[in-house]
Design a protein around this ligand. Sequence first.
Ligand SMILES: [Zn+2]
Length: 287
Amino acid sequence: MRRLAIAALAGPLALARGAPAKAGLLVFLIILLTAITQIGGLVLWFCVPVCVWLNNRLGDRGPALRGSACLGLLASAYLGASVATIPLASAFGRAPLDCGLTGAATYEPRTIWTCLLNRHYVTLPARQALQKVSAELYADFKGPWVTYLDAGFPFFDWFPMFPHISHGDGRRIDLALVHMGDAATPSPIGYWGFVQPRPGDPQPCSGREGWLRWNMAWLQPLLPEIELDVRRTAALLGALAQDREVRRILIEPHLQRRLGVDHPGIRFQGCRAARHDDHIHVEFEAN
Ligand SMILES: [Zn+2]
């Protein structure tokens, strides 16, 4: 029993002597999963010794079966941990945004992966504010179209959410721009399908772009051309700006001008951060 507990705590480090390359790869995967999902790395850490034990039990029944058993174990443990995270996160003042599975919400994620990766947690006031704004717009425009991208992780204000500079404290939600027709966004994840500035538009970062300002020029020709729905995006921006729970909104100046919405809470993020003409970054008040 004691040996089992030590093996579980040691995770991939127990393999370091016999299979150092495998142990190194597993540590890399644990760091990667932690960066992407927060809890996934911990799940993998504890799954490694169980997987080693499982492989020993299966003996020489073939690598495909042994690999499938380990992947099944990891997927089940991750899903279980994600479900258990929901009540645990409330102790940290976080709640999950609606994942759009029931059809009852007035907003939804752009991709279900946002929920599967646990990147949809926010503070309760932030969730209430998004619910309120999206419900108003749902009534005005007859349909659910407020779509969120990354929000926050379930635990710890200090934990960074790659690749965002902020988003650690659960008070920030990225919302997709609204496009014409039923098409959600040009990019399947919502990010990087930019609305390009038109001739004469303000371009304050021209010639002095920071390394975090990714233009993703190689990706743009691969994405479908879908026209921006100026009316609905402007309604979304205006409703957010008017909401008392919203502290500030980040968007590119050329997009703000095109939308025709002016408010002191709407700001430009500067040239050292990511572009904000593929999404709207919304920061809520700390309550
Ligand atoms: Zn953001």
